[in-house]
Design a protein around this ligand. Sequence first.
Ligand code: SF4
Ligand code: SF4
Length: 114
Amino acid sequence: MLRALIRPDQIFYCFADCGVCEGYCPVARQEPTFSPRRIVMAAAQGNLTALLSGDDIWRCRSCGRCSYHCPAAVDFLSLIRELREQALALKTEAVARQGATSKDGIKGDGREAA
Ligand code: SF4
Ligand code: SF4
């Protein structure tokens, strides 16, 4: 499912050190350890354990700026929703830690607001 969301030609840009998404991401600007590019690369490589058990997939505010400016048209919002759905299904510790209640975000803190 995740691989269907990221085509090989899109991931080429990520591995070519693109990073445009990081420059536009409001979370990455505030939290240097957060990177939509690294999330896309990890998902494309199938490195899901750390992604699903970590907090990064819940830090995204779903503003869509990364996808809007992505030269490879990566659909980051669909990717992050799929990752959240899988984390919710697994009931990971990060889900409990973040108080996550749906794939669209975290109830009550406005993270889904653009
Ligand atoms: S802007 Fe798009 S192609 Fe570039 S690193 Fe981010 S997700 Fe990859
Ligand atoms: S959708 Fe998420 S990862 Fe993309 S720019 Fe907005 S906050 Fe950053």
